[in-house]
Write a protein that binds this ligand. Structure first.
Ligand code: BES
Ligand code: ZN
Length: 863
């Protein structure tokens, strides 16, 4: 069913420089909901106070709403009109009033999953960024903060549980109905409002804060799922404790609820005291969730909890400041996960994600600074740049001042802006003053898009070595010229000859377009360890031979730098092979073999380090991406490493897997390494590989081993493949999150017929466009499968364009997220460019396209 209330595509650009303070504030709101799946009546009473000196009408934003009645100070009011979808109320000379508006909405037909919608009999809300205006008329901007009182009433059998923000202060019954009154004492912007009603069961627990507040914790799920909420609950308690210890931030209500829903556009949402989650970031047990899923639950629970301070107590003045809350909160959840597990492995994962998702964005037509200057549809700006580059920019400030001074900065930020809607500039100024550092030049990170490049060269003068640095920031759309950035560069240098000469770990601040850094005396050219820990989110161009990289991979004392050295060695080898140079794989094989020797101590690190760079990352190193050659050469290198080290892979697989219930670092690392070993072994084409994979699949006592074996089988065409896919489907067909994996492994397959397979799977009875997780597991996985998506005949592009067109009328937010994959056309050969652009044009030619898709497709086409 299409959503009649979707916003028509009028490409209006909104500029950051146009910000004006609100003309009216709304200190208090009372909402009254008469709940029904296909008709919910909403009564809103807004106490409004004029901020402007002169009389000005009150503009309330609406999206798909019609006012059934308007009252002012209790009187029926006729002085209002509609301006497009907005309600303009003329309040005459009044400087304060109570404005009441009644509306009726239809949650069942809300397929956009924004506003109040129905998800399998449950009613729930999603208001960020601009969904509140789909529930009732309101200024709906984050610098309007209100205290909320929410009354809801509904059929007791249909909606036995009634939840909103804050505390439940009263409840009662009326015939077959019941009602509840909720009050949130903390003023909040409308995007943090939430309501949930339905048949839910709870996992209850409690947490006592440092100052002695007893907080009741609840995780609400469908009956039958409550057994799978233990990990999320532990993650919540760990997060609460961590934020007290590391940032000095305590929780501020007596109740903290989380609700898990199946139909959700994003991962989760930080509504005050009532987080709403995608089930995939709450539910986990060893039989159905992988170790990666477990870590996802922990990280997302932490992220949303941390927003209680970085986002809710201090919120954003406007949506251009989104990175203020998201970049900072991602940095906080990354730090938390590092502390809960292995810091180097977490850093490797975060950098891998940055390179996979953010670097391409920063190099493409949709590049934007972490604080954008303009947008058409804010939903399109929940990007890897705002989130992950935003987190890197906070991390650089923390690196430059060290943990104690950074804490002084964040303390000042929270104290100074508590209860306010703040800006990125407010944050930088608080760090500047609290930590005592001049960030004047550093502010360019908020203004300039594009990934900076440092070109490095070593120079020698009478045995004294220096590093010459040349910094460039590439042009991006609307920003042809760039200024040099300020960044922390961690480095060290070693003598490879065993003389003991070394420059110990040093933090240098880069500020110039060119800069010379003294390294000290070395007898010969030193091995340079640079951008250690990925201290700056940049690309380093530095010529290093395989011998030096292999030496660093074995000897560098920074684990991240060891990982980087091995990855660089693999990447150089792969790129050389793709550009037709007859490869010498020996250095890579030796280095992987060496690294494997350390597997006993830290299997998780070793598993990350010996993994080949992705096809997409290899493509990013080329002038023109050749997806077929990359696929071919990467498989060949994998086979060569697999064959040369076959006994080692077999030895890893010969041992038994740690029990799936063991979630220790070591056990997770062991399972990860077994998955990598199986992939290498299978790549050799060894006759017994499918049978071995099938045995691991069948014997697995948990999803990590099971999914790894299934994914490996899915690349081949053995009988075991079909058999395993069938067993998996039959066993998990009633579990949507696991069924997503079944779709996903097939869309990730390295087989030549994957595009056709995806096309067929889209017709499978279990496939549906109504569930964003399902859409991502099939089509999202395909766009991440480089050689398949870029199949030379354009079938992959066509499939994605058809999806965008079919999904847009139902769920424009999720539809628009698929477009950036088509927008990377400049990186490909002429034939592929033409095919990709043709699909973007076909999308844009659709009548009635959403603003979301229009913005992304038109910007992508311009290039
Ligand atoms: N505030 C967002 C969720 C959101 C954004 C909902 C835009 C609706 C529209 C939330 O805090 C968030 O960032 N969630 C992430 C997960 C996080 C761990 C990065 C998400 O949903 O992907
Ligand atoms: Zn967030």
């Amino acid at each position: 069913m299409t959503d009649a209330s979707s916003t028509p595509a009028i490409p209006v650009t909104i500029y950051r420089s146009d910000y004006r303070a609100p003309e009216w504030q709304v200190p208090d709101i009372a909402l009254d909901f008469a709940l029904g799946i296909d008709a919910t009546k909403v009564g809103a009473a807004l106490s409004v106070v004029r901020q402007a000196d002169a009389p000005v009408p009150l503009t309330l934003r609406g999206d798909g709403l019609t006012p059934a009645a308007v009252r002012v100070d209790g009187e029926v009011w006729n002085d209002w009109r509609m301006d497009g979808s907005d309600l303009i109320v003329d309040l005459g000379e009044r400087s304060a009033a109570t404005v009441e508006v009644d509306t009726v909405i239809d949650p069942a037909s809300n397929t956009q999953l924004s506003g109040l919608y129905a998800s399998g009999g449950l009613l729930c809300t999603q208001c960020e960024a601009e969904g509140f205006r789909r529930i009732t008329f309101h200024p709906d901007r984050p610098d309007v903060l209100s205290r909320y009182k929410v009354r809801m009433q509904g059929d007791k059998a249909a909606f036995p549980i009634l939840l909103s923000n804050g505390n439940c202060i009263e409840q009662g019954e009326e015939g077959s109905d019941h009602w509840a009154l909720w009050e949130d004492p903390w003023p909040k912007p409308s995007y943090l409002f939430a309501l949930v009603a339905g048949d839910l069961v709870v996992n209850k627990d409690s947490f006592t804060t440092t100052s002695g507040r007893e907080v009741e914790l609840g995780i609400w799920v469908r009956g039958g799922d409550v057994e799978r909420t233990g990990h999320a609950m532990q993650a919540l308690k760990d997060s609460m404790k961590w934020d007290e210890e590391v940032y000095g931030r305590e929780y501020d209500l007596d109740l903290f609820n989380i609700v898990a829903v199946s139909d959700f556009n994003m991962g989760a949402m930080e509504n005050k005291g009532l987080n709403v989650f995608n089930t995939r970031y709450i539910l986990a047990d060893p039989d159905t969730a992988t170790d990666v899923d477990y870590d996802g639950v922990e990280g997302v629970v932490a992220h949303e909890y941390f927003h209680n301070w970085s986002g809710n107590r201090v919120t954003c003045r406007d949506w251009f400041q989104l990175s203020l809350k998201e970049g900072f909160t991602v940095f906080r959840d990354q730090s938390f996960s590092a502390d809960m597990g292995s810091p180097p492995v977490k850093r490797i994962e975060d950098v891998r994600l940055l390179r996979a998702a953010q670097f391409p964005e920063d190099a493409g037509p949709l590049a934007h600074p972490i604080r954008p200057d303009s947008f058409q549809e804010i939903s399109n700006f929940y990007t890897a740049t705002i989130y992950n580059k935003g987190a890197e920019i906070i991390r650089m400030m923390a690196t430059m001042v060290g943990p104690e001074r950074f804490r002084k900065g964040t303390d000042l930020y929270f104290d100074r802006h508590d209860g306010e809607a703040a800006t990125c500039e407010d944050f930088v100024r608080a760090i500047e003053e609290g930590a005592g550092i001049d960030l004047a030049q550093f502010r360019r990170w908020y203004e300039q898009a594009g990934t900076p490049r440092l070109k490095l060269s070593l120079v020698e003068d009478e045995g004294a070595w220096s590093l010459d640095v040349v910094q460039t920031v590439p042009p991006t759309p609307g920003q042809p010229e760039k200024q040099p950035m300020m960044m922390p560069l961690r480095l060290a240098a070693f003598a490879m000859d065993g003389s003991g000469d070394a420059l110990a770990d040093t933090l240098v601040t880069i500020t110039g377009a060119t800069q010379r850094i003294a390294l000290g005396k070395f007898v010969g050219r030193p091995a340079l360890s640079v951008n250690r820990g990925f201290s700056a989110p940049i690309i380093v161009d530095f010529e290093r031979g395989p011998g030096e990289l292999a030496w660093l991979a074995a000897h560098d004392d920074d684990p991240f730098a060891r990982y980087e050295a091995l990855q660089q060695l693999m990447l150089d080898t792969l790129v050389a092979a793709v550009s037709g140079k007859t490869g010498d794989n020996q250095a890579v094989i030796d280095a992987v073999g060496q690294t494997l020797a350390g597997a006993g101590n830290d299997p998780a690190f070793v598993a990350e380090a010996v993994l080949l760079p992705s096809e997409a990352f290899a493509g990013d190193q080329m002038v023109t991406v050749d997806p077929d050659a990359i696929r071919r050469e990467r498989l060949a290198l994998q086979a060569a490493i697999g064959a040369a080290l076959e006994t080692k892979w077999r030895a890893i697989l010969a041992g038994s897997a740690p029990p799936a219930t063991d979630l220790s670092r070591k056990a997770k690392g062991g399972r990860r390494l077994r998955g990598v070993a199986l992939a290498y072994l299978a790549a050799t084409g060894a006759d017994d590989a499918p049978a071995l994979a099938f045995r691991i699949f069948s014997d697995a006592d948990g999803m990590t081993e099971r999914q790894a074996a299934l994914a490996t089988l899915a690349h081949g065409d053995s009988d075991e493949r079909a058999h395993a896919l069938d067993i998996f489907y039959q066993r998990y067909r009633d579990n949507p999150l696991v069924l997503d994996k079944w779709f996903q492994v097939q869309a990730w397959s390295l087989r030549a017929d994957t595009v056709d397979a995806v096309k067929a799977l889209a017709q499978h009875p279990d496939f549906t466009l109504a569930n964003p997780n399902r859409v991502r597991s099939l089509y999202g996985a395909l766009t991440g499968n480089q050689a398949a998506f870029h199949q030379a005949d354009g079938a992959g592009y066509r499939l994605i364009a058809e999806l965008v067109i079919a999904l847009d009328p139902k769920n424009p937010q999720t539809s628009a997220k698929m477009i950036p994959s088509l927008g990377r056309w400049k990186r490909f050969d002429d034939a592929r460019q033409a095919l990709m652009k043709a699909e973007l044009e076909r999308i844009l030619a659709q009548p009635g396209l959403s603003r979301d898709v229009t913005e992304q497709a038109s910007k992508s086409l311009v290039g």
